[in-house]
Design a protein around this ligand. Structure first.
Ligand SMILES: [Zn+2]
Length: 401
């Protein structure tokens, strides 16, 4: 495959550089001041663009995406959304999941995402419970070389036989939702055991509540430290950690760091679904981002639900998520960008990407001069590279009269 030379791109640190991509190895081969690298390669002029690591979406629900207009969920809280979705699943087919998931990944990819971890429900009502998983396995195969898809099987007290079937079929991780389980501690222990048997990681929906007595995250950290677990462990949501006193948040964050657990913040869905019982002084449904970063925890952020009963909006755009981390989570623009790029890749267990020699050549070029402009404007003019190849380009025509 022909190398690709990106000319005149500005790097996040502010320098303008030429960047040579090697699609054969999928890495960034050279980075040099403008004009120093010999031509002969295919070239793209990126003058006026900021070149960043590509985005990674650490927490999607592709099986649910784009169903808001069919399903809705007028009450707007988590349990109402769960009920609305469950009622709808009776009629969900494999093809329906495939089509909506494929469209959503296209949106994510065009916005700069080259790696996605999606959860998928076991659809125990209305036919084959694995039809959602089968659709996503098909999509994972079709996306190869453009978007890397990781599939986590999400369950609440599902029969163990079904978990084994799902993992045998090819799911990448085992999920769980302990706060909806009849016995959270037993559920976490079983999920870790079954995942270990299949040599896959786990990704839990943990503490998706403002209830400060919720303890999924502490339970997970303690169980992992006591019993050990050889694969990646991720805790998503962790909302209640943002509602407890700072000392307690710091203590829990230290335990999470010691257990090697990555945490995924999900501002869109949590800001939408949480806090409905507090019409004034409404709490923010965000995890304790600063305490986690201070403790050295790997932190990622994702878009979660995209236009489904759990969230009627969402642009499938990592820059939207990052912008919310600045506004509602009080991270700096650089920290917020890292949570949807490098931090997210680390939580997904992927090697570092970015415009640096030897890094994976998964890149996002956005028309902007600086990181704060990237997040502030969220310009749709973007080029996306996966493994050193151009996989998406969005151009915009704007006319002011
Ligand atoms: Zn979720």
């Amino acid at each position: 495959m022909q190398p690709l030379l990106l000319r005149g791109a500005r790097l996040p640190e502010g320098h303008v550089r030429d960047v040579l991509l090697d699609p054969g190895g999928g890495i960034v081969a050279r980075v040099a001041p403008p004009g120093r690298l010999a031509s002969g390669a295919d070239e793209l002029d990126l003058t006026g663009y900021l070149l960043l690591p590509a985005g990674a979406e650490p927490h999607a629900h592709l099986d649910k995406a784009l169903t808001w207009d069919r399903v809705g969920a007028p009450a707007g809280d988590l349990l109402a959304a769960v009920e609305a979705w469950r009622a709808y699943t009776v009629q969900v087919t494999e093809e329906d999941v495939y089509q909506r998931a494929a469209r959503t990944v296209d949106e994510l990819c065009a916005n700069g995402v080259t790696a996605v971890r999606t959860h998928v429900d076991l659809l125990t009502a209305g036919g084959d419970p694995l039809r959602g998983l089968r659709a996503l396995l098909r999509l994972r195969k079709r996306l190869r070389g453009r978007v890397r898809l990781q599939i986590a099987v999400l369950h609440v007290d599902a029969p163990e036989k079904l978990l084994h079937e799902a993992l045998d079929l090819g799911a990448d991780l085992l999920g769980d939702c302990p706060h909806l389980s009849a016995d959270p501690a037993a559920s976490v222990a079983r999920t870790l055991r079954v995942a270990a048997e299949h040599h896959v990681g786990v990704d839990l929906h943990a503490d998706e509540t403002l209830d400060t007595d919720a303890g999924d995250l502490r339970l997970l950290a303690r169980t992992v430290r006591e019993r050990g677990f050889g694969r990646g462990v991720t805790a998503s949501h962790c909302v209640s950690l943002g509602a407890v006193e700072p000392d307690e948040a710091a203590r829990t964050a230290k335990e999470v760091a010691a257990a090697g657990i990555g945490v995924v913040a999900l501002p869109l869905t949590n800001l939408y679904l949480q806090g409905r019982g507090h019409p004034s002084r409404t709490p923010r449904g965000l995890t304790a981002l600063r305490a986690l970063l201070d403790a050295g925890v790997r932190v990622a952020a994702g878009g979660d639900n995209i236009r489904d009963p759990f969230n009627p909006v969402g642009r499938a755009d990592p820059l939207e998520t990052a912008s919310l981390l600045v506004t509602a989570g009080h991270l700096t623009p650089d920290e917020a960008l890292d949570a949807v790029t490098g931090g997210a890749r680390a939580v997904l267990g992927l090697p570092a990407a970015g415009p640096y020699e030897g890094a994976v050549a998964d890149l996002l070029a956005v028309r902007a001069e600086s990181v704060s402009e990237v997040l502030g404007v969220s310009c749709p003019e973007r080029l996306v590279f996966a493994g050193g190849r151009l996989v998406s380009r969005t151009s915009v025509v704007r006319e002011l009269f």
